[in-house]
Design a protein around this ligand. Sequence first.
Ligand code: NDP
Length: 279
Amino acid sequence: MREISGKTRVLGLIGDPVEHTGSPAIHNFLAQKMGDDLVYVPFHVTGDGLEEAVEGAYALDILGLNVTIPHKIEVMQYVTELDDAALEIGAVNTLQMIKGGYKGYNTDFSGFMRELDSVDIQINGKKVIMLGAGGAAKAVMYSLQRLDAEHIYVLNRNIEKARSLFGKLDNVDIMGFDSWRDIPKDKYICIQCTSVGLSPEDDQCVIEDEDFYDLVSEAVDLIYKPKETAFMKKVVSHGGKAYNGLRMLMYQAVSSYEFFTRKEVPEEIIKELYNELDS
Ligand code: NDP
């Protein structure tokens, strides 16, 4: 049984809804393995209570918070400092306690970069196809730019929305899903950032056309439920390698935990955590 004492510090998640979050399980696992006297709890915070929640958390000496839907953008107004990457991505999912308030970070991008690294996908100088242009895609695009991707084809249902997000980038082409045949024949790294195929819609795939998958040599689907998505199955059946988004999920939590505690989580604990999440 976990001991809660007068010295136990609190971490948490603010969002709406928060009932189905897996974050407490991950962070409490990390606290236990790291030997930190911390407890992580979800806080249901509705839109009009966000400012008070952040101020109140500081007053309550809450060491750090994750921020989830729908507050990732609005919370940027209420931080004392903002990390450069979070500013550029335009979303914050981690609040680290600093003097006078919290510093806002985005660990979706570091989570994605750490997933790429852990499965040995090299982006530098490579051509990439990105499917989707939602919130997660912004963190993915930031990572691809930082890692010096040569060229990125962004395919999205709402083309105007994709243009408004990524239209100013020199190395990006934007198109609809129907136009994938306009992409020059080659081998690409493909990042699946849409919500199509998320459980329980396990059999759905944003591009059904089998020929598309001849373009894909390596792929990451940000979805991790189901473990093997319809998209991943198609990539593999055309000779490519495919990974789900479980490592990204895990690493974004690990990066948050590292910001909260200002300590690095050792590789062996990360491996244990991955095995736990993958079981
Ligand atoms: P958003 O709602 O911000 O974006 C959803 C994206 O999916 C948009 O590009 C949207 O297109 C597209 N989309 C939705 N439905 C359809 C459809 N029927 N046909 C074509 N395109 C569609 O969600 P997020 O970006 O936050 O999340 C996207 C996925 O990534 C989710 O499945 C989420 O679970 C996963 N994710 C995983 C993470 C991880 O750590 N592994 C982290 C964050 C997200 P349009 O712009 O046209 O609406």
